[in-house]
Structure formats: structure tokens, C-alpha cells
Ligand binder design. Structure first.
Ligand SMILES: *Cc1c(COP(=O)(O)O)cnc(C)c1O
Length: 461
């Protein structure tokens, strides 16, 4: 059989409210051309993020009803803890309300001025939590990972030589730990190979530096290893994931991704060293160690989600539907990060809208047009998100002008994906008509969430 079907039936549906282009023009104008300000009810297909937006299974909802809400020692915590321990092989499990809460606790303990935390590519909250302590966050991505059009099976890999140079330059005593983000979200949802995890571990060993996985998408990463890395084709995804964790001394997780849950996270630790201090901080900021920042029902949903996410039929459908979208639009000429990542397709808006200067935000232009054309909400990842306004009023630019189409888990069917591909290709075919945007109001920090824009219609571009 050639067709890969969604490996689930739909038991509960959420209606999508259809809108016309002229309705969407009014909605977008009211939102001042910022898609974060568009009400979700006015979106047909929402690809803003894959975080916390997945559909839970019947078993997860049953778990919600079974949730034990006891303050201490709840049965739901025991199930959650046992699931995470079996997966990671790490004895200590601290539940948190999100991934960033685990980051906050870890870096409060090991960060601080003068410290360096290397990663393949830091996710933005990870970087922010490190920098908040006064430490430096550095990215050591392989060169292949930085060129959108170059396909490479493990574009998320760490550049091990660059890592060792960074450690030596900074002094190993100032590097409390090294991270690896699997899959590498900020570099296009690209996977990290097992060989690379092993090489990083081996490079750290002489310095005695522990390795931590930012494991939000560990199952998608393990599936890519099974599909692409020699020697892993006959292994189960679960055993590959367990091997990935076996090289790590700790792990940070956002259960809103491969936990298949709407909220949650955890910090796992192998050694006893940091555990007591981490628990103290957990109690201060999240809650008692057997619930962290979560309700018992959330712990149940995550425990069940972590067992469903490594099912191979699910992962085959998941990874295939993202790749199918990427292939459909790139066959029509749309430039994307190649190959498509695990959770998202990234359109290279800078290349697609080459007639627009980066200063006029081609990613914002494309994201707005996809909304107007088809009610699709995507996310600009370019100079709106990363550029900063200097004292002279001019903005710095991002290295790439991308638009991310993040696919929620188990939410959309193949016809939704076909509709998306059609819409993107229609916009691509008349790409020369798209105009640039200017920012008319912006806050000092994280401007992409709240800035207001205006299309540069009738103005020379
Ligand atoms: C989402 C994410 C985080 C943060 O998790 P939250 O649950 O959103 O706080 C950290 N790292 C990576 C790679 C992520 O994708």
C-alpha cells in the first residue's frame, strides 16, 4: 500500500469556522497585521506552533479522569515517574509546568556570570534562561545546518571541533554542562545522529563535562535515526530513544511536544549531585516534588503520551505528513529548508520574495498573505523575530528570513495538508505581487508578539 493513512479515527471534532478573503482582510487590519493578535476562531488552519496544540488520545482523556489529585505521593506521579525513568534510564524525575520551568531551575543552579553553556542550537527560552543568570549561551551547529537548500540527513548535528574549541577557549572549569537539542528546533527541526551524540559525549569526557539533552522532540529524532542512520533500521524507536538518553547525564523536556500533552515538562537527572538543590527550587517555584507545576491528571496524560509517541505507525504518519507538505510545495518551486524537519516546514521567504529587501520583512509579508489567501496562520522567523531596533531607529537583521509552518500532532488530516499546499503554491505563483511591511509600533523586547505593522502598498519597495 502506498497511502499512509492517519493511524487513528476521530471521536470528537472541533468545527473550523470558514471565512472569506474580505473578512480576513478586515480581521488582519484590526490585528494590525500581527498574526499573534488574530483570534484563533478566525484561523482555518493554525500552524503557529506545534507546542501544546496536539490532540490527546482516548486513553489520555481516560487518564485525565483517573488523575489522582493527592498533594503528596499521588498514584499519577508514580506512573509518570516510572514512565520517564524507563525511557531515560535516569532515577530522578522532577515534574514542571513547562520546559522553560525546568530550564529556569537547572540554570539557576549551574549558570551565572563567566559560565558558558554550549548547544547545537539553543532554543530561545533556553538561551534566555541562561543569559538571565549572566552566563553565555553558545551555538556550535555544523556548517551544513546553516544552508537552507543543502539536504543532509542530520542537519541538527553539533560541530564537535567547534565545541572543543569553545570549551578550551572558555576554560572547561567554566563549562558546567553541554546541551544537545533533539530535534534541533531552531535550525529547522533537523535531527541529530546517534554517532553525533556519541561523539559529543566522547569529546566532553576528558573535561568531565556532563551532557544534557533538550529532549522535547526525542521521538521524532529517534525515528529519523531509525530511518536514516546505518545500523538502526531494525531497532525499535523506543530502544533508539533509550540509547540516546543513555549517553546523557540529564534531560529537559517540554511535554507539550513529544509528550503529546497540552501542558507539562520535566527535569531528569542521573547523578545525585544537583537533585536536592533542584528539588528545593522546584518547591519554591513549581510545587511539591510529586506534582511540580502540574495537576495529577496532567501527569497521567503525559505518562500515556510518552508511551504513544514512540509508536511507529504514529511516527510514520507524523513525519510523512510533514515531508509530504514539504515535497508538494518544493516541487512547485517554493524554496524551503531541505529536507523538511520533524515538526515543521520552513519556507525561505528571503529567497521566495527576492524582490523585497530584508528591511521590509519578507517573512511577515508571506505570513500575512498566507492568512489572507487561505486563513492559514504561520510564524515569521526572521528579522521581525530576531532583529532589534538600534538607537538610530534602524533595525538589525536576522541571518535568514523564514516562515515556519509548524504542524500540530494528530490534529489535521491529509486533505488539510493538500489544502495548505494548494494555498502556498497559489501565493508562490503570484509572489511578485507581494509587498513589504513596515513596523509602526513595537515594544523593547520580543517584539514579534505585539508589534504593529502596515503594508507598504503603493510605495516604492
Ligand atoms: C518548546 C521548547 C522549549 C521550552 O518548552 P516550553 O514548554 O515551551 O516552556 C525548550 N526547548 C525546545 C527545543 C523547545 O522546542
Amino acid at each position: 500500500m502506498k497511502t499512509i493513512i492517519e493511524p487513528f479515527r476521530i471521536k470528537s471534532v472541533e468545527p473550523i469556522r470558514m471565512t472569506t478573503r474580505s473578512e480576513r482582510e478586515a480581521i488582519l487590519k484590526t490585528a494590525r497585521y500581527n498574526l499573534f493578535s488574530v483570534p484563533a476562531d478566525d484561523v482555518l488552519i493554525d500552524l503557529l506552533t506545534d507546542s501544546g496544540t496536539g490532540a490527546m488520545s482516548a486513553e489520555q482523556w481516560a487518564g485525565v479522569m483517573r488523575g489522582d489529585e493527592s498533594y503528596a505521593g499521588s498514584r499519577s506521579f508514580e506512573r509518570f515517574q516510572a514512565t520517564v525513568q524507563e525511557l531515560t534510564g535516569m532515577p530522578h524525575v522532577l515534574p514542571t509546568h513547562q520546559g522553560r520551568a525546568a530550564e529556569k531551575i537547572l540554570f539557576a543552579l549551574v549558570g551565572g556570570p563567566g559560565k558558558l553553556i554550549p548547544n547545537n542550537t539553543h532554543f530561545d527560552t533556553t538561551r534566555a534562561n541562561i543569559e538571565y543568570t549572566g552566563a553565555t549561551a553558545s551555538d556550535c551547529l555544523i556548517p551544513e545546518g546553516k544552508i537552507p537548500s543543502v539536504p543532509y540527513p542530520f542537519k541538527g548535528n553539533m560541530d564537535v571541533a567547534a565545541l572543543v574549541d569553545a570549551i578550551k577557549a572558555h576554560g572547561p572549569e567554566n563549562v558546567p554542562l553541554c546541551m544537545l537539542t533533539v530535534t534541533n528546533n531552531s535550525s529547522g527541526g533537523q535531527p541529530v545522529s546517534m554517532a553525533n551524540i556519541q561523539a559529543v559525549k566522547a569529546a566532553l569526557a576528558p573535561f568531565g563535562i556532563p551532557l544534557y539533552l533538550d529532549c522535547c522532540r526525542f521521538a521524532e529524532n529517534a525515528y529519523f535515526i531509525q530511518q536514516r542512520e546505518p545500523g538502526y533500521a531494525d531497532r525499535t524507536v523506543k530502544s533508539i530513544a533509550q540509547e540516546m538518553f543513555s549517553y546523557a547525564d540529564g534531560a529537559l523536556m517540554s511535554a507539550k511536544k513529544d509528550g503529546l500533552a497540552n501542558i507539562g515538562g520535566f527535569l531528569s537527572l542521573r547523578a545525585d549531585t544537583l537533585v536536592e538543590q533542584a528539588r528545593q527550587l522546584l518547591i519554591l517555584t513549581e510545587g511539591f516534588p510529586t506534582y511540580g507545576g502540574l495537576a495529577g491528571r496532567d501527569l497521567e496524560a503525559i505518562a500515556q503520551g510518552l508511551t504513544e509517541v514512540v509508536e511507529e505507525d504514529y511516527l510514520r504518519y507524523r513525519i510523512r505528513s510533514v515531508a509530504y507538505l514539504g515535497e508538494a510545495i518544493s516541487k512547485a518551486g517554493v524554496p524551503i529548508i531541505q529536507p523538511p524537519g520533524g515538526h515543521a516546514v520552513y519556507i525561505d521567504a528571503g529567497a521566495m520574495l527576492a524582490h523585497l529587501q530584508p528591511q521590509t520583512f519578507p517573512g511577515q509579508s508571506l505570513a500575512c498573505e498566507l492568512y489572507l489567501e487561505a486563513g492559514v496562520r504561520s510564524c515569521e522567523i526572521g528579522s521581525v523575530m530576531f532583529g532589534k531596533q538600534g538607537p538610530d531607529g534602524r533595525s538589525s537583521l536576522a541571518p535568514m528570513e523564514l516562515v515556519r509552518l509548524a504542524i500540530p500532532r494528530r490534529v489535521y488530516t491529509q486533505s488539510h495538508i493538500d489544502y495548505l499546499a494548494e494555498a502556498i503554491i497559489q501565493v508562490y505563483d503570484r509572489r511578485h505581487e507581494l509587498v513589504g511591511y513596515r513596523i509602526v509600533a513595537q515594544p523593547q523586547f520580543l517584539r514579534h508578539f505585539t508589534a504593529a505593522f502596515e503594508p507598504m502598498t503603493g510605495v516604492s519597495r
